[in-house]
Ligand binder design. Structure first.
Ligand code: 13P
Length: 226
């Protein structure tokens, strides 16, 4: 199974270091895969089993992109893993599908492992499963779904940070459809916590989870894979 923690705009450089040290200790005998996505200021090189990735980067080696980081800054820490397409970047930061596809291509061409996020808003979910699949299929426009270093994360927007996870019936049917579009490892994300983790992980076509709030305390994250 794959366990990925997206810290979003939480944690500092100091607290991230402490977190990763503790996590390394907790996962050393595990056969699962672990990824941590700290904020940019807390990026550091991976030194053990936990793979450290970036929540974002601009598709450039370097240049005039105020406020962004590029390949050169990631290379300093040997970071080779990136989250692309997260709904918070699509909606709050206004990233278009075209720009996301450009970013995908750039990091693919540089051999990155890409965790590519897709997910529908509530109004689409409320208009029925076939509309959901149509919506998700469009989020693959311009994306090389056969890229060998790709993991998909299905994160319904209405389930993110709300405490309302998708039901296992919703996850099962959506994951089945997503796997038919793109046959890659597939994570579920959206209010995953210690109460629903067993059910989520036992759902067909779930290869792991992408966790926000419940990953922020290392002890709490540990309960998800313990
Ligand atoms: P929560 O686990 O806080 O709902 O966030 C999920 C998420 O957006 C992970 O990328």
């Amino acid at each position: 199974m794959i366990f990925a923690a997206n810290f979003k705009t939480n944690h500092t450089r100091t607290s991230t270091k402490e977190y990763i040290l503790k996590l390394e200790n907790l996962v050393k005998n595990s056969s699962d895969e672990f990824y941590i996505f700290p904020p940019t200021s807390a990026l550091q090189s991976s030194f053990g089993k936990v793979i450290i990735g970036t929540q974002n980067a601009y598709p450039t080696k370097n240049g005039a992109f105020t406020g962004e980081i590029g390949l050169e800054q990631l290379e300093e820490f040997s970071i080779k893993t990136i989250l692309i397409g997260h709904s918070e970047r699509r909606t709050i930061l206004g990233e278009s599908q075209e720009f996301i596809a450009q970013k995908f291509d750039f990091f693919k061409n540089n051999g990155f492992k890409i965790i590519y996020c897709i997910g529908e808003p509530l109004e689409v979910r409320e208009s029925g499963e076939s509309k959901v699949i149509e919506f998700l299929a469009e989020q693959f426009n311009g994306i090389d779904i056969n890229y060998e270093n790709l993991i998909i994360a299905y994160e319904p927007i209405w389930a993110i940070g709300t405490g309302v996870s998708a039901t296992n019936i919703q996850i099962a049917s959506t994951h089945k459809a997503v796997k038919q579009i793109c046959n890659q490892p597939l994570l579920y994300g959206g209010s995953v916590n210690s109460s629903n983790i067993k059910e989520v992980l036992s759902t067909a076509n779930v290869d792991g989870v992408l966790v926000g709030s419940a990953s922020l305390e290392v002890e709490n994250f540990h309960t998800l894979f313990n």
